[in-house]
Design a protein around this ligand. Structure first.
Ligand SMILES: CC(C)(COP(=O)(O)OP(=O)(O)OC[C@H]1O[C@@H](n2cnc3c(N)ncnc32)[C@H](O)[C@@H]1OP(=O)(O)O)[C@@H](O)C(=O)NCCC(=O)NCCS
Length: 151
């Protein structure tokens, strides 16, 4: 696999092609693969940092970090997604690790909160997140809130 190249930008700092690649990947997985009808591109896309992991010209993975105060008090990772061809190769691990390093640099001393798909409890526990809510349904998919203390 070509080594990953990370791009970290506000929406206005992304090229139209890069933002299109991100939205196309999000829709391919969250809407089509997970068979879920919901509003993917939303107002929070304007209040977040976007993290894109490129493998050559292909977008391998993506997430966004919503600004503190926009969704939760804490900066919040969301839309964490890998292209199907890039799963099970450590790309998700590398993506979240990069995002948390960016968070710690951007908002030193701040914890992070996420609304995670429940089936990924162990995946996020591996980064120091702990479950802070009962399971709840969001767009018909079981979710839990998780919190990572500031390092
Ligand atoms: C979740 C996702 C980003 C993980 O990416 P990935 O590149 O496949 O994960 P990695 O190869 O880096 O695996 C990291 C660890 O998480 C575990 N893991 C990965 N996917 C998992 C899954 N679906 N269920 C449980 N554990 C999983 C791996 O076993 C691995 O553990 P290990 O280090 O002990 O071996 C990817 O599967 C995905 O895009 N899923 C669909 C979108 C989604 O549901 N996103 C979550 C929104 S909250």
């Amino acid at each position: 696999m070509t080594p990953l190249r990370f791009e970290w930008a506000r929406i206005d700092g992304l090229s139209a092609r890069a933002f299109h690649a991100a939205i196309a990947l999000r829709e391919a997985v969250f809407v089509v693969e997970q068979n879920c009808v919901f509003q993917d591109a939303d107002a929070l896309d304007l209040q977040c940092w976007h993290l894109l992991a490129w493998s050559g010209d292909a977008l391998a993975a993506y997430l966004r970090v919503v600004d503190p105060g926009a969704k939760y008090d804490e900066p919040s990772l969301g839309r964490v997604v890998n292209a199907a061809a890039f799963r099970g190769k450590g790309v998700g691990q590398a993506l979240v690790t990069e995002a948390l390093a960016r968070c710690d640099a951007t908002w030193p001393g701040h914890p992070n909160r996420i609304g995670a798909q429940q089936y990924l409890l162990k995946f996020y526990q591996g980064f120091g997140f702990v479950q802070t809510s009962e399971a709840y349904s969001e767009d018909g998919i079981p979710h839990i809130e998780m919190l990572r203390s500031a390092p």
